[in-house]
Write a protein that binds this ligand. Structure first.
Ligand code: PEP
Ligand code: MG
Length: 575
């Protein structure tokens, strides 16, 4: 018979290498259905409501006591909302007069207050609706005796288990206390997997029924390379895993000698190895790995990390911090790329049948100057403090690029009138992630300063395979000949117009692809900071002429498997 202490090994897909040991915390993110019931004893129900509210107030008080600065101010204001008797008066009425259970009365009573706030003209007051919704969720969780897990405050050595982690959940995670992530769904190129790799956090996905098989508090070991999860691992298993971890660390130490070296091939072709980051805190990793700049700052993480739209001032401070820390090295900041798998609650985006083909990124920004302009203004202001370049995501045509550039021009004029400083010749580039743009690369390149190929999206739009859809993930390949030809078209188009072409999709650090990309003439490779040293080692071992020959041969091939085979053959010979 299987008891709980029997050792079991569960297998999923490893998406971020490394070994982690720790205790499970299961995140249930399905929406709870709140039942409506008629109660007899309204006094008892009111007592339940007041007790739940008091517990939430007590917890918040503890946070206020420990907080300092802006956090203290925010939490004090939040506490005042909770202590205002009018907050729960509608809920109390429903319990007293209509004899409705406390859970349902809280849901509907609070929703009417939330609506009043949402309809207020004052932006600050309208923003408080989110605080009230949060208080409502916390009270309801108490009434159901559930503990709402605060993702930003976890116990040391926590292994997070969830059906799926949203990108905004991942953005809130308390990384220093997490030893691993296990999810039931999610692909190698999902933003959660990308973030896990940035933080060197072991992660395993595609673990069927993980949230029911694994139990809260259970001790497990996870191998983010092989995708194995060991429940209650034996001493021997733990020792094996520690050995794997030791080798993993040693291979990282071995790469240390590539720190601060130039990124150039044996025959002297120099490329830029730069990094992808999400927040100013990631700059530490960029510097540690001696990347030559930042090729992609995904600015949406600043928006996802916050409960409401970050102001121009807040954005300016973040961009300035990154620019200053990078000390004159190029920092390419991408304007808001929301939509697809990146949801921001307070933007209240409508549900669409095909979000990846929908109203997202630059499309949404161009229609909403109250979102777009503060970001452009913040970027221009920060450009006075370092080498910032602006990049637009999801550009599909020259018309769109012109509209986006017109907004930058409008902000520059405002600054000229206001006498504000900014980098007059700030570079403006685009992500090449929609096939239409790769095809008209030569024409569109004449109107911008650089390209960065976003293979994560370019692949999905070329082969019509959603990047996170596991059922068809076998069709999503960076080695597809059509993807390779679009990359070539983008690089050639950029070079004909005299601009540089980079790549910031995950393919830029793929060991097999790097020689081909060098052969095609890619100028800049932007990647997870932890991949810089390994990529520099590969580049230093290559010969540009041999890579060009490889590219010539690859461009004649018609199938994905032939391309992959040829790349593997080259890799065995050279690297
Ligand atoms: C890409 O699409 O390749 C890219 C880098 O952008 P993101 O992964 O944020 O969509
Ligand atoms: Mg993209």
């Amino acid at each position: 018979m299987l008891g709980r202490n029997v050792i079991k090994m569960i297998k999923g897909k490893g998406v971020s290498a490394g070994i982690g040991f720790g205790n499970i915390v299961i995140l249930k993110n399905e929406v709870r259905k709140i039942e409506k019931n008629i109660i007899e004893d309204s006094e008892k129900e009111l007592e339940k409501l007041h007790k739940a509210l008091q517990e939430v107030i007590d917890e918040t008080n503890q946070i206020v006591e420990k907080a300092t600065g802006t956090e203290k101010e925010i939490m004090t204001a939040y506490l005042m909302i909770m202590q205002d008797p009018s907050l729960i008066s509608e809920t109390e009425n429903q319990i007293k007069n209509s004899k409705i259970n406390a859970e349902y009365a809280t849901e509907t009573g609070f929703n009417s207050v939330i609506q009043i706030f949402e309809n207020m003209d004052d932006e600050y007051m309208a923003g408080r609706a989110r605080d009230i919704a949060d208080i409502k969720d916390r009270i309801i969780a108490k009434l159901y005796n559930e503990e709402k897990i605060d993702l930003s405050k976890l116990k040391p050595n926590t292994i997070i288990v969830a059906k799926e982690l949203t990108t905004s959940d991942t953005a809130k995670l308390d990384f220093k206390n997490i030893s691993g992530i296990i999810t039931e769904v999610g692909g190698e190129n999902s933003h959660t997997s990308i973030m896990a790799r940035t933080h060197l956090l072991p992660a395993v996905t595609k673990v069927e029924n993980a949230t029911t098989i694994l139990k809260n508090g259970e001790y497990v070991a996870i191998n983010g390379g092989s995708g194995e999860i060991f429940e209650n691992p034996t001493e021997e298993q733990q020792q094996n895993l520690i050995k794997i971890q030791k080798d993993f660390i040693e291979s990282k130490v071995e790469l240390e000698k590539y720190k601060n070296l130039e990124s150039k091939t044996k025959d002297g072709f120099k490329v830029e190895l730069v990094s992808n980051i999400g927040t100013p805190a990631d700059v530490e990793l960029v510097l540690k790995n001696t990347a030559e700049g930042i090729g992609l700052l995904r600015s949406e993480f600043l928006y996802m990390d916050s409960e409401e739209m970050p102001t121009e001032e807040e954005q300016f401070n973040s961009y300035k911090e990154v620019a200053e820390k990078m000390q004159g090295k190029q920092v390419i900041i991408r304007t808001l790329d929301v939509g697809g798998d990146k949801e921001i609650k307070y933007l209240k985006m409508e549900k669409e049948a095909n979000p990846f083909l929908g109203y997202r990124a630059i499309r949404l920004c161009l229609d909403n100057s109250q979102i777009f302009k503060p970001q452009i203004r913040a970027l221009l202001r920060a450009s006075a403090y370092g080498n910032i370049a602006i990049m637009f995501p999801m550009i599909s045509s020259i018309e769109e690029l012109r509209r986006a550039k017109a907004v930058v021009e409008e902000c520059k004029k405002e600054f000229d009138n206001e006498g504000k400083e900014y980098k007059k010749d700030i570079k403006i580039g685009i992500m090449v992630e929609i096939p239409s743009v790769a095809i008209i690369a030569e024409e569109i390149a004449k109107e911008c300063d650089f390209f960065s190929i976003g293979t994560n999206d370019l692949i999905q739009y070329t082969v019509a395979v959603e990047r996170g859809n596991e059922k068809i993930s076998n069709l999503y390949s960076k080695y597809h000949p059509a993807v390779i030809r679009l990359i070539k078209s983008s690089i050639d188009g950029a070079h004909k117009a005299g601009i540089f072409c980079g790549m910031c999709g995950e393919a830029a650090s793929d060991e097999l692809l790097i020689p081909l990309l060098i052969g095609l003439g890619l100028d800049e490779f932007s990647m997870n900071p932890n991949k810089i040293l390994n990529s520099r080692k590969i580049v230093n071992d290559l010969d540009k002429k041999e890579c060009e020959k490889l590219a010539e041969e690859i461009l004649k091939l018609g199938t994905t498997s032939e391309v992959e085979e040829k790349l593997k053959e080259f890799n065995k010979k050279v690297v």
